[in-house]
Design a protein around this ligand. Structure first.
Ligand SMILES: Cc1cc2nc3c(=O)[nH]c(=O)nc-3n(C[C@H](O)[C@H](O)[C@H](O)COP(=O)(O)OP(=O)(O)OC[C@H]3O[C@@H](n4cnc5c(N)ncnc54)[C@H](O)[C@@H]3O)c2cc1C
Ligand code: FES
Length: 513
């Protein structure tokens, strides 16, 4: 997914451009030496920052300028034009910035500037807890810890994860890494040294089994007790397991962790035929990645169309056709009833040969800790606008959290990477005493071969679906509406409209705060 390194395009910004070539509110892609630089104008102010998104290398020059920020067209990260800071996940690292000089009607980009001083420690003075414990080393937990240190939080951060790997870029596990197109060093969110250097006490293989709400301690499986002043629960979700004969055979796998992914890759090295159970996002991304490894892939699922419940019938048909073009064979309105060492038996009576079976039949939020501790639960951990649970001092973020969504006005829970990271960031601020509600509009992306599908908003049900453009030509915007109001927008290669929809929904949400 990362952008290819190529020779710089556009004007040499050290040599300067005419101010007439940069109208107010516009941006220009140029370069300084070999580095791609984005020049942007807001009134009389002109900014120069790195033009390549620090998430997967998206082209910021093709993004959207909003006030003094730019949003990445690929997965909607947001960067400050003033400081280069990554304000909204999924990007977590800043882009570079340069000093700009205006002289004689021309704009020149001068020397690169040091990273802006981190936020003032005073911002949280007096409210800082001494020790924050985070249960979970995934998207939300990592983003929270990173944000705490970015905020100059000086207290202890203890991150307890029952995984054996440090936080990883989970979306990659069903995409480029599984397909064999990304090296393993793309997978960790940060190198091991980051935790040491940032003073984040990351403990792996640390299974938290209880929370003692009265004494403010979490209890680990080995009976150790870890006290906290603030606690963030970010335990994510786990794959639903099959409950049919043969489900425990070694060639039958699910995919959540890096270890799961490595196990599938190991099998894929010798597998010739795979059966994927489930035709939703993870199942179909796995199917695409296994096709990239030239394995014959059959997809078995009970629904009539893949992804219809979330994306509608038309997009479902497109996704099916796209996978069929790449050789995937679908067995829809059917399901597996038994698996043996060589094959999968279907309810319809057919038998499919398989030396690898991957079950992508949904996930369940990991709620046990919250339930046992007596936190309010409603098909997720109930949190308020600041992501605090029903027990003061305990926060929840990511796949487990059901929050009051400002845009739809409903309490929702989703399983999206960007939402989990942004909730982790807001929970971090809340734990430091900030009163900034979680106001982000949900966003997810899914990648099938060379086709990215972006989705912004949240529409569990809609009564009208309009399509602008043509899905088959991979150039479309689908708007999901209820009572005439757009609740969500899905798009393929229409990134600006996707960003504009996000902005529109954010503004609608801001109006109700
Ligand atoms: C293969 C794959 C691909 C995906 N692709 C996309 C995508 O393209 N786009 C998208 O929007 N979303 C995608 N998702 C979903 C996205 O990854 C999740 O929504 C996101 O990871 C949720 O973050 P989280 O922090 O809530 O949970 P997780 O990232 O799952 O992290 C939970 C952490 O908690 C730990 N934990 C759980 N219980 C305990 C315990 N009792 N004690 C200690 N530690 C515990 C786990 O080990 C883990 O470290 C994908 C998911 C998978 C599995
Ligand atoms: S590449 Fe920019 S947000 Fe992903």
């Amino acid at each position: 997914m990362a952008a290819e390194q190529s020779s710089p395009t556009g004007p040499d910004l050290e040599a300067g451009i005419s101010i007439d070539d940069l109208a107010d509110g516009q941006k220009v892609l140029g370069h300084v030496g070999q580095e791609a630089v984005l020049l942007a104008r807001r009134g009389t102010e002109i900014f120069a920052i790195g033009a390549t998104c620090t998430h997967y290398g998206g082209p910021l020059a093709e993004g959207l300028l909003i006030d003094d920020t730019v949003r990445c067209p690929w997965h909607h990260a947001c960067f400050s034009l003033r400081t280069g800071e990554a304000l909204h996940a999924p990007a977590l690292s800043p882009v570079a910035r340069w000093r700009v000089e205006q002289r004689d009607g021309r704009i020149f980009v001068r020397e690169r500037q040091e990273a802006k001083e981190p936020r003032s420690k005073a911002a949280h003075a007096g409210t800082s807890p001494e020790k924050i414990v985070i249960v979970g080393g995934g998207a939300a937990g990592f983003a929270a810890a990173e944000r705490l240190r970015r905020e100059q939080y000086q207290g202890r951060i203890v991150m307890l994860s029952n995984d054996d790997a440090p936080p990883v870029d989970r979306p990659n596990l069903s995409k480029d890494y599984l397909a064999g197109n990304a090296p393993e060093d793309w997978v960790p969110l940060r190198p091991d040294s980051f935790y040491r250097d940032s003073g984040i006490e990351l403990e792996l293989n640390a299974n938290v089994t209880g929370i003692d709400v009265r004494s403010h301690e979490v209890v680990l499986a080995d009976a150790r007790r870890v006290p906290y002043d603030r606690l963030l629960l970010a335990t994510g979700a786990e794959p639903v397991r099959l409950s049919i004969p043969g489900a425990d055979l070694p060639h039958v796998r699910t995919l959540r962790s890096l270890a799961d992914c490595r196990a599938i890759i190991e099998r894929a090295k010798t597998a010739r035929r795979a059966v994927v159970l489930g035709a939703s996002f993870i199942g179909l991304e796995v199917a695409a990645s296994l096709r990239a490894r030239e394995i014959e892939v059959h997809v078995v699922a009970p629904e009539k169309r893949p992804m219809e419940r979330i994306l509608g019938a038309q997009m479902g048909d497109f996704v099916r056709a796209l996978h069929e073009e790449h050789g995937v064979i679908f067995h829809l309105e059917d399901m597996a009833t038994a698996i043996d060492g060589k094959s999968v038996t279907l309810k319809s009576g057919s038998t499919l040969a398989a030396d690898l079976v991957v079950a992508g039949i949904g996930v369940r939020p990991r709620l046990e800790l919250a339930e046992k501790a007596g936190l309010a639960i409603d098909r997720g951990v109930v949190v308020g606008h600041y992501l605090e649970t029903s027990v003061p001092g305990i926060y929840a973020a990511g796949d487990i959290a059901r929050w009051p969504d400002l845009h739809t006005g409903e309490r929702i829970r989703v399983e999206h990477w960007v939402v989990a990271e942004r909730q982790g960031q807001v929970a971090a601020l809340s734990m430091l005493g900030s009163r900034e509600p979680f106001a982000a509009v949900p966003f997810f992306w899914s990648q099938h071969y060379d086709v990215p599908i972006n989705y912004v908003g949240h529409a569990e049900k809609w009564d009208d679906l309009t399509i602008d453009g043509d899905i088959a030509s991979r150039n479309c915007v689908l708007s999901y509406k209820r009572n005439g109001r757009v609740l969500a927008v899905a798009s393929i290669y229409r990134d600006i409209e996707s960003l504009q929809a996000e902005i529109m929904m954010e503004r609608e949400a801001a109006a109700v705060v």
